[in-house]
Design a protein around this ligand. Structure first.
Ligand SMILES: Cc1cc2nc3c(=O)[nH]c(=O)nc-3n(C[C@H](O)[C@H](O)[C@H](O)COP(=O)(O)OP(=O)(O)OC[C@H]3O[C@@H](n4cnc5c(N)ncnc54)[C@H](O)[C@@H]3O)c2cc1C
Ligand SMILES: NC(=O)c1ccc[n+]([C@@H]2O[C@H](COP(=O)([O-])OP(=O)(O)OC[C@H]3O[C@@H](n4cnc5c(N)ncnc54)[C@H](O)[C@@H]3O)[C@@H](O)[C@H]2O)c1
Length: 409
């Protein structure tokens, strides 16, 4: 059997796993296979500084090109894995070649959900996942007067902020009653609705998109189910993603909202692991499986996976974390709350000025905290979530009581 460690998916999770294997002094062959032609890169800038034209392309790469050869990582770009044969310990590539493995990591990430309405295939309908998508949207902002954004999730809101910075008129069309409602709940979601309204975005909630209108194959607007029409030079769609589980499913691995793994990122096959957006991993702190679609998880989880592949005892139990930047609002969120899975939100600071911390409480404990335009507190918030101590809500809301007072022993 091959001694190689093979990683499928050459983005942040895949590149971090390769790096960790070498950091841990694994000296066998490491192969990193990705179907994009670009060096492994980070996606957050694609809807922020790179889209805004403030960051150059070479700032998005996980490692410079030379790093891979210097570390003996066989980086195969533009190469798609089409199948896994767990019994033979081999993967098959689109060109018909095969690569044997001792251990395999699936870091295949996710793919944007497509809008399923008439006209959705028209020119000018844009999704944002890859660097080329960001380039096309940036070019659109340079010429468009108005865009419609479908979905007020992370892609929709960050892209809307970038469009406003380019002086493009924006209408956001969201099915739910508020932006980010499933993640933040009503209380904190309102902050993001107010933020975008204050920057001149036309926000329409509770709407149903019926059709993308256009002529000559080119989109010119969105028809809603109530018959109204929103004219737009381009349409940006951010209606969520689906994890890329096709290889895992075809290989009969256990799947369900991603590739199901244990806390060491091991799938139902003992030699196949998963990490990043695609992994639905058991989280020891939360006592349940979760799949996280964020940068921090794709950065750290593959490090645990790589160590586990080397036989180390390396469960992944970091407090989930993500961040966003929109206009002059920067925020970090740490913790995990199922939609509607909290009893109370406690605000500490000045919500009107957007300088505050919000805490989500359940069973008297802090489940999650979000710092908005307040910095150097996320580590403490993560420690509070981890400590899981019962807290007094009134004291938590009082900025004169130091956050450290709520840490566990
Ligand atoms: C525009 C944008 C902005 C974001 N901003 C933030 C942010 O501000 N904060 C935050 O926390 N998170 C952010 N995220 C989310 C974060 O980028 C993702 O969680 C992260 O990219 C997941 O990394 P990954 O390596 O698991 O998967 P991916 O980045 O999806 O990479 C998977 C790779 O595997 C490849 N692949 C899939 N199948 C195969 C196959 N069969 N063969 C070969 N290759 C294959 C894919 O083409 C892709 O290159 C953002 C995402 C996007 C798209
Ligand atoms: N700052 C960040 O953490 C960040 C930034 C950008 C992207 N991302 C990641 O990128 C991925 C994609 O982001 P996203 O914004 O597409 O997904 P999302 O899940 O964050 O939001 C999707 C939004 O679209 C709405 N929606 C769904 N179907 C709709 C429809 N037919 N019409 C109108 N609204 C509809 C949903 O109610 C939801 O508000 C996610 O994994 C996200 O975590 C993260």
């Amino acid at each position: 059997m091959s001694t190689a460690y093979v990683i499928v998916g050459a983005s942040l999770a895949g590149a971090k796993a390769a790096e960790t294997l070498r950091d841990e002094e694994f000296d066998g062959p490491v192969t990193l296979i990705g179907d994009e032609t670009e060096l492994p890169y980070e996606r957050p800038p694609l809807s922020k500084d790179y889209l805004l034209g403030k960051a150059e392309r070479d700032t998005i790469y996980v490692h410079p090109q030379a790093w891979y050869a210097e570390h003996g990582v066989d980086l195969r770009l533009g190469a798609r894995v089409t199948g896994i044969d767990p019994a033979a310990h081999e993967v098959t590539l689109a060109d018909g070649s095969r690569a044997g493995y001792a251990k395999l990591l699936l870091a295949t990430g996710s793919t944007p959900r497509c809008l399923a309405v008439p006209g959705a295939e028209s020119g000018g309908v844009r999704y944002l996942r890859r660097v080329g998508d960001s380039d096309r949207i940036k070019a659109t902002f340079a010429t468009a007067d108005r865009v419609a954004v479908i979905g007020a999730g992370w892609i929709g809101l960050e892209t809307a902020a970038a469009a406003r910075a380019a002086d493009v008129q924006v209408t956001i069309l969201e099915a739910a009653e508020l932006p980010l409602l499933r993640v933040l709940g009503r209380e904190a979601a309102q902050v993001f609705a107010d933020l975008h309204r204050d920057h001149g975005v036309d926000l329409r909630f509770g709407v149903q998109v019926a059709e993308i209108t256009g002529s000559g194959g080119q989109a010119d607007g969105v028809r809603l189910a109530d018959g109204s029409h929103v004219a737009a030079d381009a349409i940006i769609v951010g209606v969520g993603i689906t994890p890329n589980v096709q290889l895992a499913e075809a290989a009969d691995l256990e799947t369900g909202n991603g590739i199901v793994t244990d806390a060491r990122l091991r799938s139902s096959d003992p030699d196949i692991y998963a990490a990043g957006d695609v992994a639905n991993a058991y989280h020891p702190l939360l006592g349940q499986h979760i799949r996280v679609e964020h940068w921090y998880n794709a950065l750290h989880q593959p490090q645990a996976a790589a160590r586990a592949m080397l036989g180390q005892d390396a469960a992944y139990d970091r407090v989930p974390y993500f961040y966003t930047d929109q206009y002059d609002l920067g925020m970090e969120y740490a913790g995990y709350v199922e939609p509607g899975g909290y009893e109370q939100v406690v605000f500490r600071g000045d919500v009107e000025r957007r300088e505050f911390i919000a805490f989500w409480l359940g069973g008297g404990r802090v489940l999650a905290g979000m710092n908005v335009n307040i910095w150097d507190v996320s580590d403490t918030i993560q420690a509070i979530v981890r400590g899981a101590r019962t807290v007094d809500a009134a004291r938590l809301a009082n900025p004169d009581v130091p956050l450290e007072a709520f840490l566990g022993d």
